[in-house]
Design a protein around this ligand. Structure first.
Ligand SMILES: C[S@@+](CC[C@H](N)C(=O)[O-])C[C@H]1O[C@@H](n2cnc3c(N)ncnc32)[C@H](O)[C@@H]1O
Length: 229
C-alpha cells in the first residue's frame, strides 16, 4: 500500500488505548501534546475527545506530525474546526537518524517479529525513505514544532509513526511528562517501551497486547498525584 492511501484509524474505539488516552488527558492538566503519526486519525480522535472533555481545553496546543500528504490533508480537513489542533505535513526526524538495513535485519532475525520476514520489512524501510526523499521532507519536524510552539518538553507525546522512527523521535523528546507508545511488540517502539520500563523516573500506567501492543508511561510524581486514590 502506498503512503498516500488513506488508512483506517488504528488506536480506535475497539482498543482500550483509545479510552485510556482520553482519560489521561481528562485527569492530568496538559498544555502541550505532540502526536507523531496521525495516520488514520484514531489517536488523533482520542486526544481531541480527551481535550474537549477536560476543563483546560482553552490552554491546550495539540501538534500532530504526519508524513503522508494524503492522510495529512484528510485529517487537516476533518478537524479544521478544532482550534487547538495544529497539523504538520513533514517527517518527524531526518533520514540520517533512521536505522541501517543491517540493524533492522538483525532485529527481525533475532526477534522473529513480522513473521521474521526480513525482505518485507526492508521493503517498508526503503519505501519510507523513498517517499520522504521524493517529497523533499528533509527537516526535523519535531524541531520545527518545538520552535513554532516554543516548547522543549511536552505534557503528552504519542509515538506512532513509521516502523523505524520511534527511537530517533524519542531522543528528540527527552523528559516529557507522558508517552503513549503504539506497537511495542515490533521494531517501532520495542526499544522505547523497554527503556521507559527501566527508567525509575517513569511509571507504566497501562499496557495492552492486542495488535502490536501499546503502553502509556508518565512521570512518577504525576502518577502519585493523579492516579493513586
Ligand atoms: C500506524 S500509522 C498511525 C496510526 C494512528 N496513530 C491511528 O491511531 O490511526 C503511522 C503513520 O505514521 C506516518 N509516518 C511514517 N513515517 C513518519 C515520519 N517520519 N514522520 C511522521 N509521520 C510518519 C505514516 O504515514 C502513517 O500514517
Amino acid at each position: 500500500m502506498g503512503l498516500d492511501n488513506l488508512i483506517d484509524p488504528e488506536v480506535n474505539q475497539n482498543t482500550q488505548s483509545f479510552y485510556v488516552i482520553q482519560e489521561y488527558i481528562k485527569r492530568v492538566p496538559v498544555e502541550t501534546i505532540l502526536e507523531i503519526g496521525g495516520g488514520g486519525g484514531g489517536s488523533t480522535e482520542a486526544v481531541i475527545k480527551g481535550v474537549q472533555s477536560s476543563n483546560t481545553s482553552n490552554n491546550v496546543k495539540f501538534a500532530s506530525i504526519e508524513l503522508s500528504r494524503g492522510r495529512y490533508n484528510f485529517l487537516k480537513d476533518k478537524y479544521k474546526d478544532v482550534p487547538f489542533y495544529i497539523p504538520y505535513n513533514t517527517s518527524s526526524v531526518t533520514l540520517d537518524k533512521l536505522p541501517s538495513e543491517e540493524e533492522v535485519a538483525t532485529f527481525i532475525k533475532q526477534t522473529g517479529v513480522h513473521g521474521g520476514n526480513v525482505e518485507e520489512v526492508l521493503r517498508w524501510l526503503r519505501q519510507d525513505i523513498e517517499y520522504t526523499k521524493e517529497n523533499g521532507f528533509n527537516e526535523c519536524g519535531i524541531q520545527k514544532v518545538k520552535d513554532d510552539l516554543k516548547v522543549q518538553k511536552f505534557s503528552f507525546v504519542i509515538l506512532d509513526s513509521g516502523e523505524f522512527c520511534s527511537n530517533a523521535e524519542f531522543r528528540e523528546l527527552p523528559d516529557c511528562d507522558a508517552y503513549f507508545l503504539d506497537d511495542i511488540n515490533v521494531y517501532k517502539n520495542w526499544y522505547v517501551h523497554r527503556e521507559l520500563l527501566n527508567n525509575p523516573e517513569y511509571v507504566l500506567l497501562f499496557k495492552e497486547d492486542i495488535r502490536g501492543g501499546s503502553s502509556l508511561f508518565c512521570k512518577k510524581e504525576i502518577a502519585v498525584k493523579y492516579f493513586t486514590r
